[in-house]
Design a protein around this ligand. Structure first.
Ligand code: EPZ
Length: 421
């Protein structure tokens, strides 16, 4: 199993191109099977979760190929089949839930393993099941898997108890092939949902957005789904860009994030400016200059456009160097502070109580051998390694490679001493 070796204590400086978005690419890959046609995705990230989704699409009979950073999916010969990962219901099987709505839309039925929980939380699918049931799906629960049958998928008015990204996406995917209009009340506002809607419009759906000021409404009316080839460009990954923003602030450098979209990072940019950073945004990227002294913060994660849960761990790492004590509260997932144990082994002084992390400031981090336990917590350990004096080795970096195309290449572009061992 490979690991990263980081020589810390060097401010990041330079320019880096931001990759395509993992959380936009996955639902759009699922949407590609809604019709019999070819989809060409530009800027599709070459990451483990995309490769797994590619394997699942191939299990369904799709033909796929890469041509530079363009990923082609030909779904004309797609057929229904139960999805498996060699019987290993591992963390990577959670991608299958992203296919639920598309499989019901295209084939009217599906069988899949329970996606299972992961380090950051139980990851229940009750809301997915409830929403699909309201659209005419019957579920048969089995040991470790379930059967879903929707012989006549129909539109519905669905009010979500929580603005879930994945549930919003599954409803949209099923609605694209359902009989009649679907309305989602308290739909997720994440940019990745907008990207999926843009793709669904490209293949023939009619979509309207409404906003009651508190809740977002999305209405989708299915149309004649086009069978001609559709080209689509995946937006850049706001979480990868945000990770590098906090790495810059934590190490004290000056960087330019090419392709980062400021409008997708308003809250993280507000927070790093409050930390003392200088930022400048343009249509093709974000410039950021770290402060000499980082100001302590109180951060509470929330659904978009609040502070994203996926940037909580990177922010915690950067705040270890703040002048003063900070607090970060996690409101989306129930167990997203697993990286704290490793950060404390590097010299941080962080106390986790319930859903809050209390971070002592003015700490000097020192290099250690640490272990990544999940995607964004692993990225936080990379940031801590860049900030620390001495050498840090990070094990189990496959978690990080689920979402970062090549974090070593990107950080070396920014002057970091990081290599794969
Ligand atoms: C998506 O996960 C992202 N994943 C996550 O990114 C991201 O953290 C999350 O949205 C929040 O922005 C992808 O897009 C592939 P949710 P999702 O449903 O859809 C509860 C990363 O690091 N819930 O919006 O699973 C659940 O318990 C990953 O890139 C139910 O209770 O997130 C949790 O508390 C991590 N029942 C919360 O919602 C359900 O049926 C998760 O929010 C579904 C969800």
């Amino acid at each position: 199993m490979s690991s990263y070796r980081i020589g810390g204590g060097i401010p990041l400086n330079g320019e880096v191109q931001i990759q395509g978005s993992k959380n936009a690419a996955l639902p759009i890959m699922a949407a590609s099977i809604l019709r019999k046609g070819i989809t060409c995705l530009h800027r599709c990230p070459k990451i483990a979760d995309v490769f797994l989704m590619q394997k699942l699409l191939q299990q369904l009979g799709c033909e796929t190929r890469w041509d530079n950073s363009c990923f082609f999916i030909d779904s004309r010969k797609a057929r229904n089949s139960s999805l498996h990962n060699g019987g290993k219901a591992t963390v990577s099987m959670r991608s299958t839930i992203t296919l639920l709505g598309a499989l019901l839309g295209r084939f009217g039925s599906c069988e899949m393993e329970y996606p299972g929980g992961c380090v950051i939380g139980a990851r229940p699918i009750d809301m997915h099941i409830q929403a699909m049931s309201e659209m005419g799906t019957e579920f048969v629960m089995k040991e470790g898997s379930f059967l879903a049958n929707a012989p006549k998928l129909h539109g519905a008015d669905i009010c979500l108890r929580f603005a879930s990204v994945g549930v919003t996406e599954n409803i949209l995917l099923a609605a694209a092939c359902a009989e009649g209009e679907t309305k989602i009340v308290r739909a997720a506002r994440e940019p990745e949902v907008d990207a999926l809607c843009e793709y669904l419009s490209c293949i023939g759906c009619k979509i309207w957005f409404g906003d009651s000021g508190v809740d977002r409404e999305i209405r989708l009316m299915p149309g004649e789904l086009t069978c001609s080839e559709v080209e689509f460009t995946i937006p850049t990954d706001r979480i990868v860009a945000g990770t590098y923003l906090f790495a810059c602030v934590g190490t004290g450098g000056t960087i330019y994030l090419k392709g980062a979209q400021p409008k997708h990072l308003e809250e993280p940019l507000r927070v790093i400016e409050q930390m003392g950073a200088l930022t400048e945004s343009s249509v093709d990227g974000i410039f950021v200059k770290a402060p000499r002294n980082i100001l302590a913060q109180h951060i509470i994660t929330g659904v978009y456009p609040e502070f994203p849960t996926d940037l909580q761990s990177p922010a915690v790492a950067a705040l270890c160097h703040a002048q003063g004590d900070s607090m970060v509260q996690e409101t989306i997932f129930e167990n997203r502070f697993r990286m704290v144990e490793e950060l404390n082994r590097m010299g941080a002084d962080i106390l986790v109580r319930d859903s809050r992390a209390f971070i002592r400031g003015n700490r000097r981090l020192h290099g250690r051998r640490v272990v990544a336990r999940e995607l964004r917590g692993g990225a936080a350990l990379v940031i801590a390694g860049l900030m620390a004096e001495g050498i840090t080795r990070i094990e189990d970096v496959h978690y990080i490679e689920r979402g970062y195309e090549n974090i070593c290449r990107d950080l070396r572009d920014l002057g970091a001493r990081i290599s794969i061992e």
